[in-house]
Design a protein around this ligand. Structure first.
Ligand code: SAM
Ligand code: FES
Length: 347
């Protein structure tokens, strides 16, 4: 049938026309859906076998000067509890993480003016020195070329900055006027130029999002050629104006993960916490649908609930060691194997 032929073509050619993508994103055909999943898993196994890379996420600050309309820690949410980790707290997270087998640390935060280049570079240098066998990933939002350069020279390897929505109209509906899609895209190209392994991405099922917007996101990713792609369902947060919107669905998220794996065969693709939040076995499903990365939380338990991006976020009560054990079982049950490696892009 027609939809199966489109799946075959995507597997063969790693790309499709807009019309074919639309058909594939929207198809209800069960055989085509199953074939897409099968090819996505084959492709992930061709480059990464059964390996799952783990990234220890350290959420270093919940202060944010931005006001993304969907986000629970947006500046105008005055009910959000704000915190910042100290240098020592961050280093303790790394130490615990290292002992649990993590070889990538991801430091993430809101866009917090307190996080100066001086402060961040000195922490990065110390982590680099203490853990020479670990990769350092940053996710601090939009910063200047000079800042990214300074952080890179201090020892950072990778940077995660979702483009959020490649379509200017959708971007505008999800962000306040002050924020600029052009700048966000520029940041991604700057990061690539500076030699970072770069991650972009978007939310699935965001308010106002259509299939055409998703196709636009895939086209932007084809143009950017990132090393990592982070996608997860949009989930409402009760203190935002999208409080009553519906979450993105598991089905559409898995569909896009399948397509992304086939369009970008070697991509590092996380089964996100948001996917694990919309359904209890979400991350396992992600791994069976093309994902090869999970990002457990290494933040101190006392701040976990305060990094409150969306409602019902999982793993906010568990110690790092509990998450590590829990994930080990989950990944094994899904048929894959966590490895204690940096997990760089398979160039
Ligand atoms: N401030 C940095 C930035 O903007 O890239 C990093 C932190 S930001 C909170 C990390 C990601 O959380 C965003 O890229 C966004 O896609 C995701 N996010 C925020 N609110 C969300 C929601 N309600 N549902 C799902 N994902 C959300
Ligand atoms: Fe955190 Fe299961 S991974 S509790």
């Amino acid at each position: 049938n027609k939809d199966m032929k489109i799946v075959e073509k995507l597997y063969r050619e790693q790309t499709l026309s807009d019309n074919e993508l639309k058909t594939l994103i929207e198809t209800k055909n069960i055989e085509a859906t199953q074939l897409l999943k099968k090819y996505a898993d084959e492709t992930r196994q061709k480059y990464y076998g059964k390996k799952v890379f783990i990234r220890g996420l350290i959420e270093i600050s919940s202060y944010c000067k931005n006001d993304c309309l969907y986000c629970g820690i947006r500046r105008s949410n005055n009910k959000a509890e704000r915190y910042r980790l100290t240098r020592d707290e961050i280093l303790t997270c790394c130490k615990n993480g290292y002992n649990l087998g993590f070889r990538t640390f991801v430091m993430q935060s809101g866009e917090d003016g307190f996080l100066t280049d001086r402060f961040l570079c000195s922490i990065i240098r110390e982590i680099r020195e203490k853990y020479p066998d670990c990769a350092i990933t940053l996710s601090f939002g939009e910063r200047s070329y000079e800042s990214y350069k300074c952080l890179k020279e201090a020892g950072a390897d990778r940077y995660l900055l979702r483009h959020e929505a490649a379509d200017p109209n959708l971007y505008e509906k999800l962000h306040p006027k002050k924020m600029s899609l052009e700048n966000r895209k520029k940041c991604l190209f700057n990061l690539k130029e500076l030699g970072y392994q770069v991650g972009a991405g978007f939310m699935v099922g965001a308010p106002y999002q259509t299939t055409e917007h998703l196709i636009n996101d895939l086209r932007f990713l084809q143009y950017l050629q990132p090393h990592m792609i982070g996608i997860g369902p949009f989930i409402p947060h009760h203190n935002t104006e999208f409080a009553n919107n519906k979450s993105g669905t598991v089905e559409l998220t898995l569909r896009l993960l399948n397509i992304i794996r086939l369009m970008f065969p070697k991509i590092l693709l996380p089964a996100t916490t948001a996917l694990g939040t919309v359904t209890p076995n979400g991350r396992e499903l992600g791994l069976q649908n093309g994902c090869n990365v999970v990002m457990p939380n290494l933040s101190p338990v006392k701040v976990r609930k305060k990094y409150d991006l969306y409602d019902n976020k999982i793993c906010t009560g568990e110690e790092a060691a509990e998450c590590r054990g829990c994930l080990n079982r989950r990944v094994k049950y899904a048929g894959y194997k966590i490895v204690s490696e940096r997990g760089d892009y398979a160039f």
